[in-house]
Each structure stands twice: as structure tokens, then as C-alpha cells.
Ligand binder design. Structure first.
Ligand code: AMP
Ligand code: MG
Length: 411
């Protein structure tokens, strides 16, 4: 293993994921206005408090009739009925429809007791006092029956469902103003590095633009979290600890970037090692080897200390932070799924580490994109997949079957 370059005690990727998942749990559910529950996970089963349709109602604008009164209507032998009233949508209690009469009725209006069909306008002369019906409906035609869609007590949406527009429509239709759902995890991103300059300002000598916190906050939002960027700090452990402490109160998760390697100014490691609650070490992966994870503060807030190289930071987010966010959201599947693809071009991979190669995926074919360097942000932005090369594979040939993780696909 050492000869392969994985380091003396590198933690396997899956073990690091397991360590993280053991430390996080679903956030407590809150009552959320039904529209705001879009993309949230429902925390309890919802059953129908009312039937759908809620009462027998008309599917057409037309005339409510006793079906047997009009069963013989034909164009050459139309049937006359007196029109004894009109019912609009929203009309309250109705009296019985007297046989031999018709009532004008609008779409969605309650069907009067006794009526057994609605004749659409198009089959009549649209008369106001008296109507001429020239075509016979089926018995029961154009009446939407109470409960034909949903009965009172039916299980409508199960706990654990991620609510989309259709579920939200259904919940509103049965009168739910609020639902019990898992809130969006609040993720705070804190970048470190004395070389960092905020976009929008001129770069000084030796400076680079701070991009990780933007990328990571965007990734957290794309995952359904509420993400905030804390302003970045220089490589000063005291300043870092102070900024981190400030942020803990508003965070369910803190993600830091940079300062976890072996350098002289590895601020995150220096500041958090002393607390004794954050594990720092190597994970057997490439890119993204130096990692840290633990809990900090009174609320034992999970803190992920990601490496600063942009590709490493992004990959670490997808592999480690995303499953934690999804667990807090109460989602059933924490980690990104993998699928099989055919690789269109060969490449080599280091032994003893799980390699994640940026790729361009389309229709079950994947091509590696760019080089292996963890600073190659342009290549990362040009890719839409990661090719996952197992620890024991050192060479992938063109035409080989590989596992890929699709980066822009929800799961
Ligand atoms: P570090 O992990 O702090 O040693 O950083 C590794 C590399 O990533 C260095 O080249 C840093 O300049 C770069 N880097 C660190 N943080 C950021 C950031 N927030 N945005 C862009 N690049 C960064
Ligand atoms: Mg740094």
C-alpha cells in the first residue's frame, strides 16, 4: 500500500463517509407553509381530510337533468325541458331536481340531488326558460363523483417524500395550509488563505480570487440547503477560530476550505487540532487526500475541513458534505448513485487510492476531461461527471466499462 503512495494510514473513502454519517441525523421537523415545502422532505404521512372531489359536481357547463328524461333525445327528435334555475360554482345547499325539469349548471358547481346526468351546452339550444336537448348523454355523464379521486383518510403523501409541485398541489387540494417537513440545513462556508482576494476587487501581487466559497455555497444550495458565505480569513488561527465561533450559531453544518495540508500556514488544522473534537488525516482518494471532520461548539455542529485546491474542495463536498446535508434533510439516499458507462479514452490511475476523474458523459459514454491536477477548475467546469476508478485499478483502457457519478442529476 505504501509503495502505491496512499500514505501510511489513509482512511478508505467509504470509512470516512461512514464516520460522517454516524455523526449526523435528520433535522427536527417544522411546520412549513405548503408552498415553502417545495423540495423539502415530508416528515409525516399525510392523509386526506376531505374527499376529492369534495362533492358531486359538474364537469361541463350545461344542464343537470334526470337521465331517463333525456335518454331518447336525438337530433331529429329533440326533447324539451323547462329550465327551473341555474347553479354556479360555489353555490350552497341545493334542492332536489324535480323530474321533467332541467337546471343550468356551470363547471365545478354542485350537482343537485336527483340529477343523474349533465347535458353539455353543445348538445342543446342553450335555452334560458326552456331547453331543447338534441343528443342523449350516458347515465351519469359529466358528473364528477365525490371521492372518485381521493377518499377521506386516504394516504396521500408518505413521510420521506421530497415534495414537488404535484404533491404540493394535492396537499393544498385537501386543505393543508402547512405541512410537517425537514427544514433546509443551514450551511456556512468559511474560506481560509492569506492569498485570497474577493471577486470584484483588483488582485494584488501573489493574490488569487476567492472562488471556493462561491462554488461550495452554490453546491450546497443546489443540494437544497440554505448556504451562506462567511467572509474569508487569513492564515491566522485566532482569526479563524473567532470567525468560526461567530458562525456556529447560525449553522447546522460548517464547511471550511484550505489550511489542512502539511504546510507551515495550515490554519484550520492548527486552530481545530487543539479542540480535540475534529479528526484530521488522509483519505485514500485523489484528488482530495487531506480531510478533516468533527463537531465543534455547544451544539456539536458538524464541521468539514476541506482542502483548498478547488477540484479537491468540490469533490470533497460531493463525497462527504452532500451525504450529510441529505441525511439532515431526511432523504433516503445519502450518497451519489453510480452508473455504468463506457469510457471512450484510456488513462492511468494511482494504485491504493480511489481516483475521481473529471468526465464528460452523454448517453452511457464518458470521456475523461483534462488532466488530474486538483487546481484545474476550467476542466472541472467543463465536465458533468466523475469517473470512479477503484483503488486496485491502475489503468483504464478505451472501451472499458467504468462507474460514473453524474454531477447535475438529482437523485
Ligand atoms: P490550501 O489547502 O490552503 O493549501 O490551498 C491549496 C491551494 O488551493 C492553493 O493553491 C490555494 O491558493 C488554493 N485555494 C485555497 N483556498 C482557495 C479559495 N477559497 N479559492 C480558490 N483557491 C483556493
Ligand atoms: Mg491555504
Amino acid at each position: 500500500m505504501d509503495a502505491c503512495g496512499a500514505g501510511r494510514s489513509a482512511t478508505p473513502v467509504d470509512d470516512h463517509v461512514a464516520r460522517i454519517l454516524a455523526a449526523v441525523e435528520p433535522l427536527p421537523a417544522v411546520a412549513v407553509p405548503v408552498l415553502d415545502a417545495l423540495d423539502l422532505t415530508l416528515a409525516e404521512d399525510v392523509r386526506a381530510a376531505v374527499a376529492l372531489p369534495t362533492f358531486d359536481n359538474s364537469a361541463m357547463d350545461g344542464y343537470a337533468v334526470h337521465w331517463h328524461d333525456v335518454a331518447d333525445a336525438r337530433s331529429d327528435a329533440p326533447i324539451h325541458l323547462p329550465v327551473v334555475g341555474a347553479i354556479e360554482a360555489g353555490a350552497a345547499a341545493l334542492s332536489e331536481l324535480v323530474p321533467g325539469t332541467a337546471i343550468k349548471i356551470m363547471t365545478g358547481a354542485p350537482v343537485p340531488p336527483g340529477a343523474t346526468a349533465v347535458v353539455p351546452y353543445e348538445w342543446t339550444d342553450r335555452g334560458a326558460q326552456e331547453v331543447l336537448i338534441h343528443q342523449a348523454p350516458r347515465e351519469g355523464a359529466n358528473i364528477r363523483s365525490r371521492g372518485e379521486d381521493v377518499e377521506v383518510g386516504d394516504l396521500l403523501v408518505e413521510a420521506g417524500t421530497v415534495l414537488g409541485p404535484r404533491q404540493i398541489g394535492l396537499l393544498a387540494a385537501v386543505g393543508q395550509a402547512r405541512v410537517s417537513a425537514r427544514p433546509r440545513p443551514r450551511v456556512v462556508i468559511l474560506s481560509t488563505g492569506s492569498e485570497l482576494c474577493e471577486p470584484g476587487h483588483p488582485l494584488g501581487p501573489g493574490q488569487i480570487y476567492e472562488s471556493n466559497s462561491y462554488m461550495l455555497a452554490a453546491a450546497a444550495r443546489a443540494a437544497g440547503a440554505s448556504a451562506y458565505r462567511a467572509s474569508s480569513v487569513s492564515d491566522d488561527p485566532d482569526a479563524f477560530l473567532e470567525r468560526l465561533t461567530d458562525q456556529l450559531v447560525r449553522a447546522d453544518i460548517v464547511v471550511t476550505s484550505g489550511g489542512v495540508s502539511q504546510g507551515d500556514f495550515d490554519v484550520v488544522k492548527a486552530a481545530l487540532s487543539g479542540l480535540g473534537t475534529v479528526w484530521f488525516g488522509d483519505v485514500a482518494m485523489q484528488p482530495g487526500k487531506p480531510q478533516g471532520f468533527g463537531t465543534v461548539g455547544d451544539d456539536s455542529t458538524p464541521v468539514f475541513t476541506l482542502p483548498g485546491n478547488p477540484v479537491s474542495a468540490y469533490l470533497s463536498f460531493q463525497l462527504f458534505v452532500l451525504p450529510a446535508i441529505r441525511t439532515m434533510q431526511g432523504k433516503a439516499r445519502a450518497s451519489m448513485p453510480q452508473r455504468t458507462a463506457r469510457c471512450t479514452k484510456g488513462f492511468t490511475s494511482a494504485a491504493g487510492k480511489r481516483q475521481f476523474v473529471r468526465g464528460s458523459y452523454d448517453a452511457a459514454l464518458v470521456a475523461p476531461v483534462g488532466g488530474h491536477g486538483s487546481h484545474l477548475l476550467g476542466d472541472l467546469a467543463a465536465s458533468n461527471a466523475l469517473i470512479v476508478v477503484p483503488e486496485d485499478v491502475t489503468e483504464v483502457a478505451a472501451g472499458d466499462s467504468v462507474q460514473v457519478m453524474l454531477l447535475d442529476v438529482d437523485f
